[in-house]
Write a protein that binds this ligand. Structure first.
Ligand code: UDX
Length: 437
């Protein structure tokens, strides 16, 4: 099938590349000429494990092409994906100007039936707005489909190639059939394609992400309770997760959720509720608790060093990206922690396998950057662990002790076994577990 993907951000690139991988001919459109030229030369603009290989293969086999020319891309396309940014506007609601702008441009160019798909996470009612813009600008028949993505950064290729489900929101029978054909190769293992109306589809995405953010937040609060009553959240997590109704996944407490989706989507759903004169109390609490949780490590540090004790201290920080296997630092808890530490008069040397260039762009020389995990520890009064990169999981503890000024670790991701930390003689303060001292 011939496909056009408008917007080559994270979602657009993953979608375009993975659709090409099953034999479709995909043209990706972006307005930034320099970016398009780079991609034509095989330069991948984002870091996503496994995507590079697919990207190169499909460019080579000429199933994946790039252009700045919208008309050229959509003329042959049966399906047009809109993967454009929907940043939060001043009032917290998603700004739809890119999506609606593209709809208008497309309307002026189409000459035959097209399926136009909103792939970005958009508020309920967006498909109707896109439809209205198209109708106002063309008489050519079309269908607008809501097809939310459920990609996790770091495993986006796997999530796209083998999705738990595909949600297709449209009442247009022809569009349902086309979308069903397009996604058939991805659900061969038997996972469902769920057909529904546009609004239910749009709400599904927000509901899924908000539920997951709530699940994490609930466990963060359980972890805080564990600390107060002397329980171990790792045990509680396993005990709770063994119940199939709850499930094992997304029960890991930490320093709060971050990233480009959960914070934005929880806020957007709460905002949408408000607009409908509904007070979505749980979501409002989730946001509030998450703000507090992002500073949890600093609270622990203040308890340890005393209220003014952070001043003049130097800390090593492992992990800047909001989670492992990505260079994405949007809403990353590390940034909040760094802010607090700097404001308290401490200094920080950070190490992250992928996230440092992005943090450098944002913070410059406000902090130092280490070339590897161990050199970050030089002359540091303590180590803070903020992202659970695999490389942090089994370090040489004796070497770490030699490097650190004092053997003190504040672990926001519960990477280490308490008994081992005791054996190695660390002060070790993690989330929802007993302090080793
Ligand atoms: C999320 C959704 O999982 C995905 O379906 C959606 O399309 C986009 O948003 P992503 O933001 O890439 O994906 O990351 P995810 O792996 O879901 O993690 C989100 C945040 O939750 C991270 O900050 C992570 O550290 C945190 N998290 C996750 C926890 O704190 N505990 C957990 O048990 C799981």
């Amino acid at each position: 099938m011939k496909i056009a993907v408008i917007g080559t951000g994270y979602v657009g690139l993953v979608t375009g590349t993975c659709l090409a991988e099953t034999g479709n001919e995909v043209t990706c459109v972006d307005i930034v000429e320099e970016k398009v030229n780079k991609m034509r030369n095989g330069e991948m603009p984002i870091y996503e494990p496994g995507l590079d290989q697919l990207f190169h293969r499909n460019i080579k086999q000429e199933r994946l092409t790039f252009t700045t020319d919208l008309a050229e891309a959509i003329a042959p396309a049966k399906v047009i994906f809109l993967a454009l940014p929907t940043p939060p506007g001043a009032d917290g609601a998603a700004d739809l100007s890119y999506v609606l702008g593209a709809a208008k441009d497309i309307a002026k160019l189409i000459t035959e039936y097209k399926v136009i798909v909103t792939k970005s996470t958009v508020p309920v009612g967006t498909a109707d707005k896109v439809t209205a813009v198209l109708k106002a600008n063309t008489d050519v028949p079309f269908a607008v489909v809501s097809n939310p993505e459920f990609l996790r950064e770091g495993v986006a290729v796997e999530d796209f190639m083998k999705p738990d489900r595909v949600v297709i929101g449209t009442m247009d029978e022809k569009a349902r059939a086309i979308m069903g054909d397009l996604y058939a190769p991805y659900v061969r293992q038997g996972n469902p394609i769920l057909y529904m109306d546009e609004r239910s589809s749009e709400l599904t995405k927000y509901a899924a992400n908000s539920f997951l953010a709530t699940k994490i937040t609930f466990m963060n609060e359980i972890a805080n309770m564990c600390e107060l009553v002397g329980a171990d959240v790792d045990m509680v997590r396993k005990g709770v997760g063994a119940d199939a109704r709850i499930g094992k996944r997304f029960l890991f407490p930490g320093v709060g959720y971050g990233g480009s989706c959960f914070p934005k989507d929880v806020q957007a759903l709460s905002k949408a509720a408000e607009e409908n004169k509904y007070d979505f109390k749980i979501l409002n609490s989730v946001m509030e608790v998450n703000e507090t949780q992002k500073k949890r490590l600093v609270v622990k540090m203040r308890e340890y060093y005393g209220a003014d004790g952070l001043k003049g201290k130097h800390f090593a920080l492992w992990g800047l990206a909001f989670k492992p296997e990505t260079d994405d630092i949007r809403e990353a808890p590390a940034l909040y922690i760094i802010d607090e530490l700097l404001a308290s008069g401490a200094t920080v040397t950070a190490y992250d396998p992928e996230g440092m260039p992005n943090v450098k762009k944002l913070l410059g020389d406000k902090i130092s950057y280490a070339k590897d995990r161990y050199s970050a520890l030089d002359a540091a009064d303590a180590l803070l662990i903020v992202t659970e990169w695999p490389v942090f999981r089994t370090p040489d503890f004796d070497f770490m002790k030699e490097k650190l000024n004092t053997p003190v670790i504040f672990d926001g991701r519960n990477l280490y076994d308490l008994d081992r930390m005791k054996e190695h003689g660390f002060y070790y303060n993690s989330i929802g577990r007993k302090i080793v001292s």
